[in-house]
Design a protein around this ligand. Structure first.
Ligand code: ADP
Ligand code: MG
Length: 341
């Protein structure tokens, strides 16, 4: 075969391999878009674990009708324009990849009305084939519909799990987003039945209420509040007492500048801080928000963006370790007497 340029749809389907693993990754990308658009309310409607239908409606800025085709084109974004923007990106998205990728492996529709526009509009994309923009009634905001995920990628479809399992992954992502955005109302329904409903925090209400909604009061009754800033870094949130430790690492939420991440430096610092208050095989529960100058952290490591790279890795490690070690000092004193041999 001579060298030839791959068609757009195939390029998008290849990219989808990295961005769209399962229904939960679609929900994550779409809800993140809604949050980037300043939504205060996001409704998520699912059928059959999201495989049959994912419909996400938000009250954000919407998209002008003439920009709908761009929204589903590869490498088209309203969020950055230069390398300088990328280095201090404050939005969750910036790669301009999610919509074209998702639209290439599903029956997809994007409907929206931008602020102040007289009408809404809709654009359908069927397995990557882009239709025409048509007028469509829509309130201010955006609705994205994703039907029959992977209908044209049998190899991927085969890896989807039972409805319950896929729903579980979606709920877990939503929990993670809900913790980070307590001011946003999030509602989910599955097969016509209302599921989790995260109510928005009102003025003066404590963020801990959202934490209790997401993780349960077992956690909030047995946690310590952490808040510390030094050397241009800030860490706040809640760490579980040793009594709230778990048999698996299933309640560990760490955010860098509002983005949920998994990072080995962070994980190590936390583990070390808990080292002498936890028994072997037990895992701490925590919700922690690290804030730092966005230029000190590279979020463009992986297309799905749950990894980051810190420019000052050791400084970050030390900061997290010290902050948590001190917070846990009080419990350490109490534990010594109580710990069985
Ligand atoms: P990215 O988020 O990296 O910019 P996406 O493919 O996810 O790339 O989205 C492409 C563009 O479509 C976004 O930059 C944004 O301008 C627009 N968009 C997508 N979803 C929404 C939404 N819910 N509300 C407003 N604009 C949106
Ligand atoms: Mg996006």
């Amino acid at each position: 075969m001579p060298i030839h340029q791959l068609p757009d749809t195939l390029v998008n389907q290849i990219a989808a391999g990295e961005v769209v693993e399962r229904p939960a990754s679609v929900v994550k990308e779409l809800v993140e878009n809604a949050l980037d658009a300043g939504a205060t309310r996001v409704d998520i409607e699912l059928e059959e674990g999201g495989v049959r239908l994912i419909r996400i409606r938000d009250d954000g800025t919407g998209i002008p009708a003439d920009e709908l085709p761009l929204a589903v084109s590869r490498h088209a974004t309203s969020k950055i324009a230069s390398i300088e923007d990328l280095e201090q990106v404050g939005t969750l998205g910036f790669r301009g990849e999610a919509l074209p990728s998702i639209a290439s492996v599903s029956r997809f529709a994007l409907s929206a009305r931008s602020r102040g526009a007289p009408h809404g509009a809709r654009l359908e994309v069927d397995g990557g084939r882009v239709g025409e923009v048509a007028p469509h009634p829509h309130p201010e905001g955006t609705t994205v519909e994703v039907r029959d995920l992977f209908f044209n990628v049998p190899a991927r479809r085969k890896f989807l799990r039972a409805e319950r399992t896929e729903l579980g992954h979606i709920e877990e992502w939503l929990r993670s987003l809900a913790l980070a955005r307590p001011g946003v109302e999030l509602r989910i329904s599955h097969n016509g039945r209302l599921g989790r409903h995260y109510k928005p925090l009102r003025q003066g209400e404590e963020q801990l209420r959202r934490v209790a909604e997401a993780l349960g009061e077992d956690f909030t009754r047995q946690c310590l509040e952490v808040s510390h800033a030094a050397a241009g870094l800030g860490l706040r949130g809640w760490v579980g007492l040793p009594t709230a430790a778990r048999s698996s690492a299933d309640q560990q939420y760490f955010y860098v500048n509002g983005r949920a991440v998994r990072d080995r430096t962070v994980a190590h610092a936390v583990r070390q801080a808990y080292a002498d208050v936890l028994f072997h095989g037990r895992h701490p529960a925590f919700v922690l928000f690290l804030e730092c100058d966005p230029r000190l952290v590279d979020v463009n490591v992986h297309p799905a963006k749950h990894e980051v790279r810190f420019r000052e890795q050791r400084l970050v490690h030390e900061f997290i370790y010290r902050t948590l070690h001190e917070a846990l000092a009080s419990t350490r004193a109490g534990q010594l007497g109580a710990s069985p041999g």
